[in-house]
Write a protein of this length. Structure first.
Length: 320
C-alpha cells in the first residue's frame, strides 16, 4: 500500500511540474525597434511589459523603462537591418519611388503617402496586398494623372510589376490626354535596389495622336538611418527613319510664255525623332518616421549631348 501511495504522489508531482512548465511564458528573444511619439528611437529586447510601461534591455545592457503612452510603434527587427558596425539602417519608407519612376516592390497595404513637388502633389495609396493607386497633378490642376500598379514577388530579391498612367487636360483642355502602360523588373530590397522599366507612352490632342517607347533605369542605396542615395532616369527612345513624300502644285513663272504656270513639286521629309532623356542623381534625407526630403540635379540627354539643368529637383515625402 505504501509503495502504491509513493508512486501516486510521484506521478502527481511530476504532472504538476510539467503542467507548470508548459504554462510558463517563453522568453522573448526578439530585438525590437521602439519609436516614440517625439520621433526618438530605442532598440532592445523586452524583459517585461504591462499596461503602463515596457522594460527593455539595450545592446549595452542598460535597462530602460518606457511609458506606454509615449510609444508610437514597436516592430521586430532582424540582424540584416544593421550594418557591419552595428548601426541600425532599416528599410527606406518610400522605397517604391525614385524621383519620377517606380519599381517592382509592392506598395504595402494601408500605407499611404504624398510626394510634394515644386510643380504639384502626387498621392499614392496602398489599397490591397501588392496593389496601389494614385493621383498626381499640378498646382493649377493641369493635367490630372491617375496611376495604378500591381506587384508580384519572383524570389526573395526580385519583383515584377505591371501598371499604367492615364491623364487628361481636365476641363481646361478636355481634348488633351495621354496614357503610359508599363512593366518594371527590380532586384533588391527596401534598402538597396535597382529597377528596369519600359512602356509605350501615347499623347493625343483633338484628332491627332503620337506615341513613343519609354525606358528607365533607376536605383537606390540606403547608406545610413538618415541618408539614401537615389538615381532615376526617364528616356524617350529615338524613332526610326520615317520618310514622307509630299506633293503640291506651285505657280512657276515661264519666261518663254511670260505667264505663270502650275507645276507639280515633290519633296521628301524625314520625320524621325532623336532620343531624349532625363538623368537625375540625388539624395534622400529621412527627417523622421514617415518624413523625408529629396533633392537631385537633372541632366538632359539630347542628340548625343548631356546638358545640366541649373535648377535642382526638390521633393518632400510625407506618410498619410
Amino acid at each position: 500500500m505504501k509503495i502504491l501511495l509513493l508512486i501516486s504522489i510521484s506521478f502527481f508531482i511530476s504532472f504538476c511540474v510539467h503542467s507548470q512548465a508548459d504554462t510558463m511564458p517563453k522568453a522573448d528573444t526578439n530585438v525590437y525597434r521602439i519609436i516614440k511619439t517625439d520621433g526618438g528611437e530605442l532598440f532592445g529586447k523586452i524583459l517585461k511589459q504591462d499596461a503602463r510601461e515596457v522594460l527593455i534591455i539595450t545592446k549595452d545592457n542598460r535597462e530602460v523603462y518606457i511609458p506606454q503612452h509615449v510609444i508610437k510603434k514597436m516592430e521586430i527587427i532582424d540582424t540584416k537591418d544593421f550594418n557591419a558596425s552595428g548601426t541600425f539602417i532599416g528599410d527606406d519608407k518610400f522605397a517604391t519611388r525614385y524621383f519620377l519612376t517606380t519599381n517592382g516592390l509592392p506598395v504595402v497595404k494601408g500605407e499611404h503617402y504624398v510626394q510634394w513637388n515644386l510643380f504639384g502633389p502626387d498621392f499614392q495609396f496602398g489599397l490591397g496586398n501588392n496593389f496601389g493607386v494614385g493621383v498626381m497633378t499640378s498646382w493649377i490642376g493641369i493635367p490630372i494623372i491617375g496611376t495604378i500598379k500591381k506587384s508580384w514577388q519572383l524570389s526573395d530579391n526580385a519583383h515584377i510589376a505591371l501598371g499604367g498612367l492615364l491623364g487628361t487636360g481636365t476641363w481646361i483642355i478636355p481634348d488633351f490626354g495621354g496614357a503610359l502602360p508599363f512593366a518594371t523588373l527590380s532586384f533588391g530590397d527596401r534598402r538597396t535596389n535597382i529597377a528596369f522599366s519600359s512602356g509605350y507612352g501615347a499623347i493625343w490632342a483633338g484628332n491627332g495622336a503620337e506615341g513613343r517607347w519609354i525606358t528607365s533605369v533607376a536605383g537606390m542605396v540606403k547608406l545610413s538611418p538618415k541618408i539614401t542615395l537615389v538615381f532615376d532616369s526617364f528616356i524617350l527612345m529615338p524613332t526610326a527613319d520615317d520618310f514622307v513624300t509630299t506633293s503640291y502644285n506651285q505657280e512657276v513663272y515661264n519666261p518663254t510664255t511670260m505667264m505663270y504656270e502650275s507645276q507639280l513639286v515633290t519633296y521628301e521629309e524625314n520625320r524621325s525623332r532623336p532620343g531624349f532623356g532625363l538623368l537625375i542623381p540625388g539624395l534622400r534625407w529621412h527627417q523622421a518616421e514617415g518624413q523625408a526630403f529629396q533633392f537631385g540635379f537633372t541632366g538632359i540627354f539630347y542628340d548625343n549631348d548631356i546638358v545640366p539643368v541649373p535648377i535642382p529637383m526638390v521633393q518632400w515625402y510625407r506618410s498619410l
